[in-house]
Design a protein around this ligand. Sequence first.
Ligand SMILES: [Ca+2]
Ligand SMILES: [Ca+2]
Length: 394
Amino acid sequence: MLNRYIASLIFLLLSNISYAYDFKLSPVGRVRYESLSDYDLNATAGDFKSFTGSRFWILAEMTHQDYKIVFQPQFSRTWGLDEVAGPSSGTTIDPTLNVHQAYFTTPISERFQLKLGRQELSYGDELVLGSVIWSNVGRSFDAIKLEWKMGHSQLHFFSSKLSDRNATVPSSGDKDLHGLYFSGRNEMTLFNEVDVYLLDINDSTVSPHIDTLSYGFRLKGYYSFWDYRGEFTKQHLMSRESSQFDVETGVQFDPWGRLAVNYFVATEGYNQLFPTAHKWLGIGDVVSRKNVKGFQIKHQLKINEKIKTEITYHKFERYDNGATAFAFSGAALGGSTSLNNDIGEEYDLIANFSQNENLSYQLGAAYFIPGQYLKDSAKADDYTFIYLQLMLKM
Ligand SMILES: [Ca+2]
Ligand SMILES: [Ca+2]
């Protein structure tokens, strides 16, 4: 009897708690098959890859007055891959569940709020800071962020601990990212988005410590059927100066879709920071934004409410023939002896079919043809990438 009384009391307490805040769940499930033939650009050496990856998450938001806790458990898994304890498919070993985001927000005053904990950082076109939604894991930061709202615009100051080396053992120090990012939004369509930022990576895990200071601006706007975006970043790595710029302009020809051209340059010492590279430098993920220049021509078409297509041609060259080209991983792509700058070209196709507001299918294909520079580096063969993705959002 007493047990039943206690149980009722607990139930009563719990049901009261559940009414004490608003609870919102946004679940997403995504499964993608990928196949890569000759990513090494060498048909003689075997490197065929084919796999299926799952990314499932529940974004749980608990709000009470001006306070909010966001918790995002995530299950990310390549099918059939072994866990530490051994194979986990068709056995009694389960893979692990991870946490992609866990933070809370609290107001400091009417215009200021603090966001504290593990969180995604996504700004502008994600050229310098992105959440990499494409990835089967995505990118998060352990960070403190102060947000200042100014109408539709915002000024954010954040500081993230990228690596802590003296938490458990004494060591030289940590690696931190500090940033100041102004996202200006206004009514003028021609300068619809005006961003200015300052980012500093202070790496004290090495001796002497390294400071990478980057500052830049970004513009985005449109006028009638014409649109553009552009971003320029200047960088100082101790005494070395680097920079990048990336501009795109497009025209909407209804009902024939949008035709756009993009031109980009990144000098040989440029540190691309934390971008969603997959979004801009070709879905084949061959190069990174470092010692590269080139252009793309893109055609985007909305056939109807359900079907969208995107076809892109990319051209990549080295900016400086005194340094190698750089692969998506950041490692050298090709040798340093060739004087030719032609890295190669890539054709991309993305077709998206939304069955309804919840379920969508996406087919993607990339075909990369090496240029003379890579041919001189014994990377002379074409690379093909294909994926098929199904996503359910609720
Ligand atoms: Ca190969
Ligand atoms: Ca520390």
